[in-house]
Design a protein around this ligand. Structure first.
Ligand SMILES: C[S@@+](CC[C@H](N)C(=O)[O-])C[C@H]1O[C@@H](n2cnc3c(N)ncnc32)[C@H](O)[C@@H]1O
Length: 481
């Protein structure tokens, strides 16, 4: 393999503040510090503003902070992530609110030419399409800046900027901006940055407060699809920060993502240090990047975990591998590459969208003949494989809906042989497994797995907790006997 590592995007951290007031103050302090730090080594800086209650309160807190004078505002450009397509000066425009909260108070310190609002409704700009086009041109003329900090609010439905669940603007390609019609939240006409533009930001900060956002926070961090929860696709090249208040985290303990931990930076740095042992070649990088570009959630295994799967498959001499949960095919590539000549891998995926991305990546990785993606609920595909009396698999990697783990393990028994190895991912659930009455079905899925495995007649098992770039988690390793 070629030793090239091109990170598609940086780590994602969650930082929780007690209430919306402290959250806004903390966002302001963090932004000011970031700008001051960055200005010691580059200029100009490009910041994307957001509207919303906490977004605007944060700007007001920036204006009120004495630290604002430590920033050289002549070297800061302000852009917007989205805008309501309304006439100039309308009180509902994000621009109007940002001017009142921050831009006007900054006065002459911030040159007017550094402020780049999305063009408002006027005779010259009669449609959001024209506004979006003009904004795309303005961005291109500014050299398509990699935004240093891109602030995003998030709605209770998980929308970010004006990218709403299930809306066609989510899929806008080859464009930095998009016109939005029929926004579910008034007004119906809007202009938004696309995911393509958002993901070019060095840092994306998603700011969310309030209990009404709790489900969307949990869902975005829990691996929901971008179509269902657009915020899941808001990723920064270098870092993604979720800045939330406690109320917005009410459902987070049940989410896929690990809780924020102060040690995460160290874990990631240590993973980076050992990264030389698990270099990704172009195909692996391409597989990961294609999944990100298609807006798939960031829940694939890390390179060192992929390599572990690869080594385990080699260690058991696996000729036939079964994977439950394909996503973009990243772990699939690691596993398929462990196969000897004539070996095969079957991977099961419920989402046709994920399966299509994975299939394309597998073909590009030269594994199209070795690995096949089967679309549909895994429980049905496994039943079909059992009914077809499929030749036993030597290694099974279970990495899909965790509530179904006990069922998958039952089905796996009919699809393996003594000596087969089974790996079940994400079984620690942020420690949620300790709580017998935990409300999350995924936690209960793991707890039922443990009951099932206790003194199991045919599975010999252990669970290993892990830390690393993917946070705190763990996997179960089972041997069929
Ligand atoms: C954690 S991701 C898999 C990550 C992948 N193994 C990797 O590391 O690159 C889980 C995947 O399982 C899929 N999934 C969820 N429920 C499923 C089900 N009932 N049947 C099949 N696939 C399912 C999801 O759509 C998602 O793509």
């Amino acid at each position: 393999m070629t030793a090239q590592v091109f990170p598609a995007h940086g780590p994602r951290d969650v930082i929780v503040h007690p209430d919306p007031t402290v959250l806004a103050e903390a966002v302001a302090a963090r932004l000011l510090t970031r700008l001051v730090d960055l200005q010691s080594h580059r200029s100009p800086l490009h910041v994307v503003l957001t509207g919303g209650t906490v977004g605007i309160a944060s700007l007001r807190a920036v204006a009120a902070s004495p630290v604002r004078d430590a920033v050289d505002w002549s070297g800061v450009h302000l852009w917007w992530g989205d805008e309501r397509f309304l006439p100039d000066g309308d009180a509902d425009r994000n621009e109007t609110q940002a001017r009142e909260a921050l831009i006007d108070p900054l006065g002459d310190a911030l040159p007017a030419s550094n402020v780049h609002p999305m063009p408002a409704l006027s005779d010259e700009v009669p449609t959001p399409e024209v506004s979006a086009e003009l904004y795309a041109t303005a961005l291109a003329e500014a050299g398509a800046p990699a935004f240093d900090v891109l602030l995003l609010g998030m709605g209770p439905d998980g929308h970010v900027a004006s990218l709403f669940p299930g809306h066609e603007a989510l899929g806008a390609q080859y464009a930095t901006t998009v016109a939005v019609h029929g926004s579910p939240k008034p007004p119906p006409l809007r202009v938004s940055l696309t995911f393509e533009a958002i993901r070019r930001a060095r840092e994306v900060w998603v700011v969310a407060s309030g209990a009404e956002k709790a489900d969307a926070v949990a869902s975005a961090l829990g691996g929901a699809s971008v179509t269902a929860t657009p915020a899941a696709g808001a990723l920064g090249l270098e870092r993604t920060l979720w800045l939330v208040d406690a109320a917005a985290t009410a459902a987070l303990a049940t989410a896929e993502a690990p809780p924020a931990a102060p040690a995460t930076d160290v874990w990631t740095a240590v993973d980076d240090y050992f990264g030389v042992l698990v270099p990704e070649d172009v195909a692996l990088v391409d597989t990961r990047a294609s999944a990100v570009a298609a807006g798939l959630p960031d829940i694939a295994v890390a390179p060192n975990q992929g390599k572990l799967l690869h080594l385990l498959a080699q260690a058991v001499g696996a000729r036939r591998i079964l994977e439950v949960g394909t996503l973009g095919g990243y772990s699939t590539v690691w596993l398929a590459r462990a196969l000897p000549v004539g070996g095969s891998l079957t991977t099961l995926e419920i989402s046709p969208e994920h399966a299509a991305v994975a299939s394309d990546s597998l073909v590009r990785a030269g594994l199209g003949d070795v690995a096949s993606v089967v679309v549909g609920p895994a429980v049905d595909t496994l039943d079909r494989l059992i009914a077809e009396d499929t030749e036993p698999f030597d290694l099974v990697f279970i990495d899909a809906d965790k509530e179904s783990i006990p069922g998958y393990l039952d089905q796996t028994l009919a699809l393996t042989r003594p000596g087969s190895l089974v790996i079940v991912d994400n079984v620690v659930r942020g420690g949620g497994v300790l709580d017998p009455s935990h409300p999350d079905a995924r936690v209960q899925g793991v707890r039922t797995m443990v009951d099932l495995l206790t003194s199991h007649p045919r599975y010999d098992s252990t669970v290993i907790q892990t830390v690393g770039a993917k946070g705190y988690d763990g996997f179960a390793l089972l041997r069929v006997h």
